[in-house]
Ligand binder design. Sequence first.
Ligand code: NI
Length: 168
Amino acid sequence: MALLPILHYPDPRLGKIAKAVSEFDDRLRALVANLAQTMYDANGVGLAATQVDVHQRVIVIDTSDSRDQLQVFINPRIIRASPNRRLAEEGCLSVPGVYDEVERPDGVTVEAEDERGRTFRVDAEELLAICIQHEMDHLTGKVFVEYLSQLKQTRIRSRMRKLDRASA
Ligand code: NI
């Protein structure tokens, strides 16, 4: 396993659209293992392959306090979204230190494949529902800050550039 470097907003590679996975092979399983290790190392609750510059529809999530309940979603699709929307605070490993509120459906049913290509469904609510929608946005090239006002986005971009210069 290996830790993968996480792209930081506004890196244009975060805007790429991921392709569907068609081969459920050892290479895919190695990617999943590396994504999980990278997410745990960074103390995140979710990570999309897009964030490590791999443009395939793969996300990993662990919303448990014990950090031992890995959930892997390959080719995820939302088949039901609750009509009720809720504002909740989000953060992102690609936008470190930035947290803000985003409004989304408060529950979703997701269908996806696991690492062996088996299809499964999950009814997600609360943090898991938010997390799945946030990570699925990454696969279509969208970062959560793009839901915020233009003024906030401009401020966040300038803050991120300073941060990345300081750590370069
Ligand atoms: Ni994110």
